[in-house]
Design a protein around this ligand. Sequence first.
Ligand code: FE
Ligand code: CA
Length: 516
Amino acid sequence: MTGAVSPDRRRFLTTGAAVLGAAASAQLWLPAAARAAEASLPDGVFSLGVASGDPLPDGIVLWTRLAPDPLNGGGMPSATVPVQWELAEDERFRKVVRRGTAQAQAKYGHSVHVDVRGLRAGRTYWYRFRAAGQLSRTGRTRTAPAAGSSGGTLRVALASCQNWQHGYFTPYADMLAQDPDFVLFVGDYIYESPPASTGPRRHEGSGEPYSLTQYRNRYAQYRTDPDLAAMHAGAPFVVTFDDHEVDNDFAGEIPQDPGKQTHDAFVARLAAAYQAYYEHMPVRATAVPDGPHIRMYRRLEFGRLARLNVLDTRQFRSDQATSQAGAQDPSLTMLGAEQKAWLLKGLRGSPARWNLIASQIMMAETDLKIGDGKLWYYDAWDGYQAERNAFLQEFKKVRNPVVLTGDRHLTMISDLKEDFARPGSAVVGAEFVGTSISSNGDQDQAAFHQQFDPLMPDNPHWKLLDAHRGYHLLDINRDGIDAQVRIVDTVVRPQATPSTLAKLRLDAGKPGVRLV
Ligand code: FE
Ligand code: CA
């Protein structure tokens, strides 16, 4: 992307008021306090960059947050500040198609979420913000294909798990070069861990975040990674959170370590964490939190080519099992009744060629016990056997289901089986566990294979296992999905060399995934 200031800046600044129309005249009626605040903002209000997200055929969310002192609460006065935005069909803003003024409010950390509508389907737009005479960098975004369209290719980058302390977010530099239509981020956008003295980078603050200000500072630090910031400015994101946006392995209102956090304290922590999450993500107003609750599960359509069901596998789940028998308790739920019904309805009635499910945690089985018997991870779908198995049965009736996952900090690409207890049962779908952007750092590949290769005979549905950092790139079209596992040679330095580890193929109408 180019820098913020285009040759058109002068024109935008001087004639902007004349063409802003209703939005601009509304600005004249701003309280005096707001106008005074706008005039006196410190430099660097756009330090956190820009982002866009949740593309519709005719709409997109544009995001920024005013934060001249990003690691210390933001550094903004408490007044509401008007932020002008404009969206154009060209990078130099000669053909501006939408303009307006949003109000950056202290109660949302002076974040701005503009839900632009009335746009053309399947096309690229550029956008930028202005506040107090300061201009943001230019962002590029893209709307979804037209409803009913079935041709073309949708390029999706699957990303997850970016631990600041484990490395630089170098896979995003390659991702930007691959020009995805959108980035699907399936959780662990931040980590709540305290600053550590080892590792290439160190978390801000002095401990785990609990308060809203502490979570804001943590998100702000992550956004200062230049590759992440550039990726946000380069393509829309579709995001959902996993556990580390709040607390490791939490379940609903139950923290990882109930002995260390009272219920009330954890509920307050959830509210702070969700609030900061909303403030920093390019999501619609439907995701404005209500105290310790946030609505993140949602559906996005990409013509008749793909339907994307984005899940929330944290807020509504039962507490994790602690034994093999417990994991098979039919009363355990991962999604909760309401979300489960919503997902089933969206799968059964789907007109889409590909039915994508963004799940934070792995759906295919991981049997950790060599030989007879099984041992599962109870935080993943394996720990919620009854509900998972019912979905696998359901998949037999769904057109081309593909599950897209994070959490494991590994590339794990699998067939989904009708019944993992019966190795000969039918293949009903496929799953991509999209390694991690930086979490686990530069792993010892030999040690990884020494540990995992002996498990392959117990997990014959695994098609590819790898422990490099990176992401997966999916080119989705009517006939199939061509997938690439894109990896980097390092995340402990700010620059890396990317490469393709493997290519895989899914054929429409033929469940399962294969290496090519
Ligand atoms: Fe993670
Ligand atoms: Ca076994």
